[in-house]
Design a protein around this ligand. Structure first.
Ligand code: ADP
Ligand code: MG
Length: 490
């Protein structure tokens, strides 16, 4: 919810003063299921065009749709994950329009009676937490794909996607900035991936957003919105909102008014362009599909699905903060992808959670990023990183040596404790050995010793020299204490 302080910083400055941006999103998420919503054809991506097309998908006369129960279960799981109202009775409607990639001449969708009603998503945007309302979630068929760039004179149609199940998840117009909209889609994607109801792969078009944007003077009623269709990356969602809001403000400030229309975002030009004037619901001649009965299920069925839901990101985050003493920020970073959270839990089990989080987030993610690897293919397994963290927590090795050790495990593999043992990497806590090194450094640098008496910040230089002398193995705290005593620094 936007209190005054967060609302202010989100305002966009125009020539006539500040404007508020209002955003609502319709996200299309492809349902994870082996077969399509009303036919048994495969949903596999990247197949030869028109190789996954049943008679139902090609809309041959007389063919009848048969609902795929797995898709229904996936929609219910998603609704539960959005803490939403599950409607035990819903209706499939025909949404009539003509397009070459829609052989039926209508899309089977849900209109008045969707399978899922109101819910919520908690998001964090720019350090502020807020709740975005979900209006509804309904099931519908995807269309096929028109291909225009294969031949100068012809267009082709690939029906592999025709009939694949989509969940359309409609938010309330609760967002007030590009950052909030991006945080919303990111969080929704995370929830879907945890639930395994959609893989969230935006590059493949498995998750795409229609972005509704309007502007108003703070306190005014909602302005006329434009809908930007099919934006397929988080970055483009942010850019599209900013340029569209700017465009609308310009028109209104020039004395014009906004036409409600459907627009396209062109990332190359950084602008949105009119596609068509907005169609109204009555243009589609919605009516209940006579080939399908109302979709009904019992509360027992819903409860059964609920009992098997995985732990979701918000709950996991709260548990990480409580059980491992993590900061809210570190916990959010770790739960953003389930694979990362699972990895962290193995590293942190029975060990120092903060050190574990630090190593996973900074060393491991940093290195994986640099090499373009994902965590499933990490050369350092969670058990190995856990071993390293264990050695650090027990003071067997210093932080500096731990980095060398990480490097060895990354490139050569092996058991961290064995490596430390065999290569003599154990931290030197033996005061005799440390004292020897300290004495040598002091003896070799009489001028610096004099300076240090006047300038205590020189201590760092001495610690560095002793660490070098001992090959990084001396315990830094012990070195520092001994140097202070010998140099007479407080
Ligand atoms: P339709 O069915 O015509 O697309 P809806 O009322 O279902 O219209 O709204 C579609 C989306 O537009 C929703 O995500 C909603 O939050 C958003 N929306 C509605 N009014 C506005 C507005 N004035 N400004 C921005 N977004 C809006
Ligand atoms: Mg709509």
């Amino acid at each position: 919810m936007n209190d005054a302080s967060t609302a202010n910083k989100n305002l966009m400055q125009g020539a006539t003063g500040p404007w508020e941006i209002v955003i609502g999103l319709e996200v299309h998420a492809q349902v994870n299921s082996k077969s399509k919503l009303f036919s048994g054809s495969s949903t596999a991506f990247g197949a030869e065009p028109n190789s996954h097309v049943s008679l139902v998908d090609a809309a041959m006369p007389g063919m009848l749709p048969v609902i795929n129960e797995e898709c229904v279960a996936q929609a219910i799981r998603t609704g539960l994950g959005l803490k939403a109202q599950i409607n035990n009775r819903s209706i499939f409607d025909r949404k009539n329009y003509f397009y070459p990639d829609l052989p039926q001449g209508y899309q089977i969708s849900q209109y008045k009676y969707p399978i899922v009603g109101e819910g919520v998503i908690e998001i964090d945007a720019e350090g502020e937490s807020m709740t975005v309302g979900i209006e509804r979630l309904h099931l519908e068929q995807d269309a096929g794909k028109s291909i225009h760039d294969q031949h100068p004179d012809y267009s082709y149609v690939d029906l592999n996607r025709s009939g694949v199940a989509l969940m359309e998840i409609v938010s309330k117009p609760d967002m007030r900035s590009a950052k909030q909209a991006q945080a919303y889609v990111t969080k929704l994607r995370t929830i879907l991936r945890y639930l395994e109801t959609c893989d969230g792969d935006m590059e493949k078009g498995n998750l795409r957003a229609d972005v509704n944007v309007s502007v108003r003077k703070p306190g005014d009623k909602l302005g006329t919105r434009c809908e930007i269709k099919n934006v397929n990356s988080i970055r483009f969602i942010g850019q599209a909102i900013e340029v569209e809001a700017r465009r609308q403000i310009g028109i209104i400030e020039d004395g014009g008014k906004i036409d409600q229309e459907t627009r396209l975002f062109d990332p190359a030009k950084g602008e949105t362009r009119a596609m068509r004037s907005k169609e109204e619901a009555h243009d589609y001649r919605y009516f209940p599909d006579p080939d399908l009965l109302p979709l009904e299920f019992t509360q027992g069925y819903v409860d059964g699905l609920k009992a098997h839901l995985p732990e979701l990101p918000d709950e996991k985050k709260a548990r990480f903060i409580k059980d491992f003493g993590l900061s809210a920020y570190d916990a959010s970073v770790l739960v953003a992808e389930k694979a990362n959270a699972d990895y962290f839990e193995i590293v942190a089990k029975d060990r120092d959670g903060k050190i574990a989080a630090n190593w996973v987030i900074n060393e491991l993610f940093g290195r994986l990023n640099k090499e373009g690897k994902d965590i499933e293919h990490s050369p350092v397994s969670a058990a190995q990183l856990g071993g390293i963290v264990g050695l650090i927590s027990s003071n067997a090795i210093s932080g500096k040596i731990a980095k060398d050790l990480f490097e060895i495990v990354w490139t050569e593999g092996g058991d961290p404790a064995d490596i430390v043992e065999k290569r003599g990497m154990k931290q030197v806590t033996d005061t005799g050995a440390i004292e020897k090194a300290v004495n040598e450094i002091i003896k070799a640098n009489p001028e610096k010793v004099e300076q240090a008496k006047l300038k205590p910040s020189m201590l760092g230089w001495f610690v560095g020299q002793v660490m070098k002398q001992t090959g990084g193995k001396a315990a830094p705290a012990a070195v520092s204490d001994m140097l202070k005593a010998k140099l007479g620094i407080e």
